[in-house]
Write a protein that binds this ligand. Structure first.
Ligand code: GCU
Length: 347
């Protein structure tokens, strides 16, 4: 049923794109339809923030723009949505930074395990344009650019049958990772067997035991129901990977400077609202997972995981010298906002 709706929507969008031969540009006197897609549920902070974006844009430019937000992979998987945003068939979508590294290698930086020493360092770095601009603008040639970052917390391992307390516990386990070479390499180094797949396929793969576990923030347990099957969640804190709001270049560039300014304000609002909602949502997800799904939370020593992954940083930088200043800037934030104990932080 869901797939059928997806195909219907996609056909309409492709048709609209073909008719207008340039994305969703409106005929004179008509409103410009702005398609916004993401893969989270209706009650997820990302959807709340995008609905606020819709309201804001329509309150300011409602005579000319009609913003439509499609949650829950209604416009396809994240990879599909990014490709559709590239061509302009849809205008804006949310993509995990993980999958963006296949569109521009610069994004790989934010996918590095243990890149940020603490949530504070992560937030400060992501709010710093000297850090984000070289990454965010690198997909301009690919037809889209990042317009805002969205918090997706910390990624940790969760499993069906046994808790992951050290890298040795991953041996022999098939763990779902996002479709990114960095994540596959990280899993290989940590000793597990990486099984890349789209987010929407994970629940069924866990249920049928095609995989033994996955890795994600706490919301995946509740909002995506993974805690119905996985009862062990271990705070090894291996990544803080942002989600990225990306927009088609032509869509942005065809706007008048006045409209563009209002859209930029809307993009800032997405970041602001999502971050505020995120903090509450994670707390609630953890409580709910414990109380109603009987998920147990573990706080292993993160150092053995970290030691195994750290060589990935230098390996990446050796091939991307131009990104080294950005990496060094992040280290300054790590010094300024260290974490004496990552595990304590997360409790
Ligand atoms: C998080 C993230 C999503 C991503 C998902 C995944 O939920 O916010 O953007 O798609 O992880 O693991 O694929």
């Amino acid at each position: 049923m869901k797939k059928k709706r997806q195909y219907l929507l996609l056909s309409c969008i492709f048709l609209a794109a073909a008719v207008t031969a340039g994305g969703c540009a409106a005929a004179e006197g008509e409103k410009d339809l702005v398609y916004v897609g993401h893969n989270q549920a209706f009650d997820h902070p990302t959807n709340t923030a995008l609905l606020a974006f819709e309201e804001y844009i329509e309150s300011r430019l409602g005579d000319r723009y009609d913003v439509e937000v499609y949650p829950s992979e209604l416009l396809g998987s994240q990879t599909d949505m990014v490709q559709l945003t590239q061509t302009g068939a849809i205008d804006i979508c949310v993509a995990s930074n993980s999958i963006l590294e296949t569109f521009s290698e610069n994004y790989t930086l934010f996918n590095m395990p243990y890149l940020f020493a603490s949530s504070e360092a992560y937030h400060r770095a992501m709010d710093d344009k000297t850090v984000t601009a070289p990454i965010f603008n690198s997909t301009a040639e690919a037809g889209f650019r990042a317009v805002a970052w969205i918090d997706a917390g910390t990624r940790n391992f969760y499993t069906v049958s046994t808790p992951v307390l050290s890298p040795a516990d991953l041996r022999g386990l098939k763990i779902r990772v996002q479709q990114s070479p960095t994540n596959v390499q990280m899993m290989r180094l940590l000793g597990g067997s990486a099984t890349p797949m789209g987010f929407g396929e994970v629940y069924t793969a866990l249920q049928s035991r095609v995989i033994d576990g996955a890795e994600n923030n706490e919301m995946a347990l509740t909002s995506n129901g993974h805690g119905d099957i996985c009862k062990f969640y271990s705070y090894d804190m291996h990544q803080m990977i942002p989600d990225i709001l990306v927009a088609n270049n032509r869509f942005l560039e065809n706007m008048s400077p006045e409209d563009r300014q209002i859209f930029e304000e809307g993009f800032r609002l997405v970041n602001e609202i999502q971050r505020r909602e995120w903090v509450k949502a994670v707390e609630q997800a953890k409580e709910k997972a414990q109380a109603t799904q009987q998920v147990r939370f573990f706080y292993p020593d993160t150092r053995p995981f970290q030691e195994i992954c750290m060589p990935m940083h230098q390996e990446f930088l050796a091939g991307h010298e131009d990104i080294r200043p950005v990496y060094d800037r992040i280290q300054e934030y790590n010094i300024q906002y260290p974490s004496s104990s990552l595990t304590e932080d997360s409790k």
